[in-house]
Design a binder for this molecule. Structure first.
Ligand SMILES: [Zn+2]
Length: 233
């Protein structure tokens, strides 16, 4: 930032006099006129990312049973059913981060009972760099941030995806375990007996979460519970 930076940018960018907030609001208005926002779950026109009818439908769904894992337990806000599946899909592949945030907020509320103690910190399952670039964000990190805020604990982002794994869809459990073995590495300081939540969007067989949890335990965590928005039963 040299001394000439301000006059130069003023000269080159006359539009910078419009406040950024106003510009964003105008852009939003324009977008809403061209293509109104739609509910991520039912696709009806809706200003909130998930409409009130779908939020009510979500809240009426049962909370899945707790699943035992090697290094802790796995909790999910929902079974992987509609309209959870549609909203997650939009959040993951359709760029609708707000839908993920809404699902995460409802999940945090649903898991706020006495079943689950507040952890020392929260870790999101990382995406490989290639998929992170393609998507522009890590859906698990978006969810983790909301859950961490609800519990007032920090997010630790030093769990790394060492290598990109192939998509886990349609693989049996043993193949899934092989696929994720060695996929994660801890790059932070030792975890000194801490209790962590490992956050992901969807829990399927638990192979991915299990591999990541094992790395956290190796790094010194005493207990790692998995928290996901949805679980495939
Ligand atoms: Zn809806």
């Amino acid at each position: 930032m040299g001394r000439s930076a301000t006059p130069l940018s003023r000269g080159r960018l006359p539009s910078s006099r419009i406040p950024v907030g106003m510009l964003a609001a105008l852009t939003r208005l324009l977008l809403d006129t061209v293509a109104p926002r739609r509910c991520a779950a039912c696709d009806e026109v809706s200003n909130p990312s998930i409409c009130s009818r779908c939020v009510a439908a979500l809240n009426a769904l049962p909370i899945p049973a707790v699943r035992r894992m090697r290094n802790g337990s796995a909790f999910a806000g929902f079974e992987f059913v509609e309209p959870v599946r549609a909203a997650l899909h939009r959040g993951k592949y359709g760029g609708d981060r707000e839908a993920l945030q809404e699902l995460a907020a409802i999940t945090a509320e649903r898991l706020s009972g006495p079943r689950l103690f507040t952890p020392d910190a929260i870790v999101a399952i990382p995406l490989g760099p290639r998929r992170r670039r393609q998507r522009g964000y890590n859906q698990a990190a978006v969810i983790a941030a909301v859950i961490a805020e609800a519990r007032d604990v920090p997010v630790v982002d030093t769990l790394a995806r060492i290598r990109d794994t192939r998509p886990q869809t349609a693989r049996d459990e043993a193949t899934r375990r092989d696929n994720v073995a060695g996929a994660f590495g801890w790059t932070g300081s030792p975890l000194g007996g801490s209790y962590l939540w490992l956050v992901d969007d969807v829990l399927t067989t638990g192979a991915t979460a299990g591999a990541a949890a094992a790395v956290l335990v190796q790094a010194g965590a005493s207990l790692v519970d998995v928290v996901a928005v949805a679980a495939v039963s």
